[in-house]
Design a protein around this ligand. Structure first.
Ligand code: MN
Length: 732
């Protein structure tokens, strides 16, 4: 016969009341069954304070009921420690309580098995993500939070070391998770319980101050509350007003992070006004600002712009007649539920406590979870999957560090994530203690170990097809680039020399002291050996390299000739018109060279342009819509000669560009065109007209213009001249 424990039964009776109130749909006999099952399983197990162990899962289940979660979650909370601490198995639970409950319990058990001691900050965020990703079902996280909350409430029986350890973990992992899920109420309690253990003196000080203010300022609270209530009543706004001192950790944080004394913390006191509609929120704000003096810069509209965890409220800080500043938070009841219970508010609505479970209301949870598959609301509740980090996987090193990899990552990704030297010398990998193939896909929570050997011959090319992360791929490629250098140089040199012969350039042409430095500069390599290595590795083609060398040789030759003929009668090239100074354009990778603007398309600022390395005439600038550019870029041997070119910004030069007008030939046409140009103040450097077929005439002119805008305006005006059919630019 079981013993009857009156204290326990009283606790159970209270728990049952909470269930009835918050989860009216729950079957109380199922829940009692689960309670008895867990009680028997835990047997004589005791908590540190001497009470039966079952009081812990019972308390956790009550927290779950307070959140208004479903029957399955309550049952799973009652059973949450059975698999870990007793002989009960997953199958036992599945047989007795069904798959859903069994999976919830398994999820909580898995999270419990994750151990972590003091970690650096970057590790913490990974741990939080890993826990959420491991949970798969959001209810698992909520049960884990309830479990942790009760353990934190009863921490005083643990050793001081254990207290600190748990408190730190709670502060770093669980409070932020509660925050992320929008569960302010639990977050605050976890924070206060943690800081109590982490800084007992600081906590005691603030706690004493808070209690002192609470009694001192009872009148202040009452009077502000009454004034707000009366005012709103007067204007027919239905509202509930609450006053409180902020929770301890929020004061603590403000004091220490902003280096303030207790009295300097501005928003020590907070009043909450809860109303029925959003319109009322803004009405109330108006009244508050009318009654009290607002402190500038302290108004925040989280209704218009909700926080990422969907928190919504209006916040304002004001000063009353007592001279005490206080914060007022204004929100609707629905916003209030969401603020207090966050994601759990979903089940609250489902219980019908706040009216119908309107699909629209849960859109934020969908967003929060980035859930893709659930379309049916009921289905959504049943299997609330966590897809928040579905593109990432979190695994452990044997030392317990969390490594964050892209989903689908393999032990090779893991090895290269640790260090490229580890990846390059990897000979085998273990996952959870067992040797696995390199192609194994890692799962959340796996412990991965890499076995290396100095005798390793390095990565295999196959790995490039196996790895998931770009970083690992890059590191493997780098290895091939570096380790095979000798080989690359030999292959690269052979390819280079053969290409050089084809271009009929001899090696001695480029290795002379005055030529080699210019060639290398042109190729952007420090030595010929580097050039060979790059060709051998495939970083640059031998053909491209030789083409560039050819150009450079021509340039050098041209410069020599020019120096010889300088001061004498202009040569043929120098009479080539419109060769302009470099000003006006910026050429990629070249800082001082001859620039001319192509005659075929006469580019002007505002045109999209490219530069062509001519054989000996410097760089010729074309429009990218120029026919000659378009056909040249198609030719494999010409394409490498094109360079990116931009217009320089502050050029006040004028540029010459050609415009062709086709018009019906008539008396006065030329006169009208000239009039337009003259009114626009556009200078014309060349002008000709000729008759063509069909009684049409073509007028061609070279105009001096500053830029494309001026050109477009001019062309538009020319187009409007009577009889004009088209106005075009050259070469397109
Ligand atoms: Mn527990």
């Amino acid at each position: 016969m079981e013993e009857y424990d009156p204290v326990l039964e009283e606790q159970y009776r209270q728990f049952e009341e909470t269930v009835k109130k918050n989860v009216p749909s729950a079957d109380l006999s199922h829940i009692r069954e689960a309670f008895d099952f867990a009680r028997l399983a835990h047997g004589d197990q005791k908590r540190k304070d001497g009470s039966p162990f079952i009081t812990h899962p019972l308390a956790a289940a009550e927290i779950i009921a307070e959140m208004s979660l479903d029957e399955e979650s309550i049952i799973a909370a009652l059973l949450h420690d059975t698999v870990e601490d007793t002989g009960i198995t997953h199958e036992d639970i599945e047989k007795k309580f069904g798959t859903e409950v069994a999976e919830l319990v398994e999820g909580v058990t898995k999270l419990t098995r994750v151990t972590y001691s003091n970690k650096e900050d970057e590790q913490m965020e990974n741990l939080r993500k890993m826990l959420i990703a491991m949970a798969k079902d959001i209810r698992v996280i909520l049960i884990k939070l309830a479990d942790r909350l009760h353990n934190m409430r009863t921490l005083e029986y643990q050793s001081e070391e254990k207290q600190r350890e748990k408190a730190l973990e709670t502060m770093e992992i669980y409070a932020p998770i509660a925050h992320r899920l929008g569960m302010q109420k639990i977050k605050w309690e976890l924070e206060d319980l943690s800081i109590m253990r982490l800084d007992p003196e600081g906590y005691a000080y603030i706690n004493a101050e808070v209690n002192k203010r609470n009694s001192e300022n009872e009148q202040f609270f009452e009077s502000v509350k009454n004034r707000i209530t009366e005012r709103l009543e007067e204007y027919g706004i239905e509202a509930s007003v609450f006053g409180r001192i902020k929770h301890i950790y929020s004061i603590y944080r403000k004091m220490y992070s902003q280096n303030k004394t207790f009295d300097e913390v501005l928003d020590l006191y907070a009043f909450r006004v809860i109303v029925d509609s959003i319109a009322d929120c803004y009405n109330v704000l108006g009244h508050i600002h009318d009654m009290f003096r607002p402190i500038p810069g302290h108004f925040k509209d989280y209704i218009g712009t909700p926080k990422p965890n969907m928190y919504q409220s209006l916040h304002t800080t004001v000063i009353g007649t007592e001279g005490i500043p206080f914060e007022v938070q204004i929100r609707t009841w629905e916003m209030h539920e969401t603020a207090e219970y966050g994601i759990a508010a979903h089940w609250k609505y489902k219980q019908g406590i706040q009216g119908d479970a309107d699909e629209e209301k849960f859109s934020w949870i969908r967003r929060l979870l980035e859930s893709q598959q659930d379309s049916d609301a009921q289905d959504f509740v049943q299997s609330l999957k966590i897809d928040m980090f579905s593109d990432e996987v979190f695994v452990f090193t044997p030392q317990g560090d969390v490594i964050n990899l892209p989903a689908g990552a393999t032990p090779i990704d893991f090895a290269y994530n640790i260090h490229s030297a580890i990846g390059n010398r990897m000979t085998a990998a273990k996952v959870n203690g067992r040797i696995v193939p390199f192609t194994t896909i890692l799962k959340n929570g796996d412990i991965v170990e890499v076995i290396t050997s100095n005798a390793s011959k390095g990565p295999s090319r196959d790995w490039l097809g196996i790895v998931k992360s770009g970083a690992a791929r890059t590191k493997i490629r780098q290895w091939f680039k570096k380790e095979r250098r000798e080989e690359n140089i030999v292959h690269g040199k052979a390819a280079f020399e053969s290409e050089l012969r084809r271009a009929m350039i001899s090696m001695s042409d480029i290795t002379s002291d005055d030529v080699l430095p210019r060639v290398l500069k042109r190729l952007s390599f420090p030595s010929l050996e580097e050039v060979y290595a790059a060709i051998g590795y495939g970083g640059i083609s031998a053909q491209k390299t030789v083409n560039r060398i050819k150009d450079e040789l021509l340039t050098i030759e041209r410069a020599k000739k020019k120096a010889e003929t300088d001061g004498i009668t202009p040569t043929a090239q120098q009479t080539e018109p419109a060769a302009r100074p470099v000003h006006g354009v910026v050429i990629e990778g070249v800082d001082n060279c001859l620039v001319k603007f192509a005659h075929c398309c006469t580019p002007i600022p505002g045109d999209d342009i490219a530069g062509f390395i001519t054989r000996g005439f410097g760089i010729s600038i074309h429009r990218r819509d120029c026919k000659n550019y378009l056909s040249s870029i198609e030719k494999p041997d010409e394409r490498p000669r094109w360079l990116n070119v931009q217009w320089a910004n502050s050029s006040s030069d004028v540029y010459q560009t050609s415009v062709f007008i086709t018009a019906k030939d008539r008396n006065g046409l030329i006169m009208d065109v000239a009039m337009v140009l003259s009114t626009l103040n556009v200078k014309t450097s060349a002008f000709s007209a000729r008759k063509v077929t069909d009684g049409n005439a073509v007028l061609s002119m070279t105009l001096d213009l500053r830029d494309r805008r001026e050109l477009d305006a001019t062309m538009a005006r020319l187009n409007a001249v009577p009889g004009v059919i088209t106005v075009k630019r050259g070469a397109n």
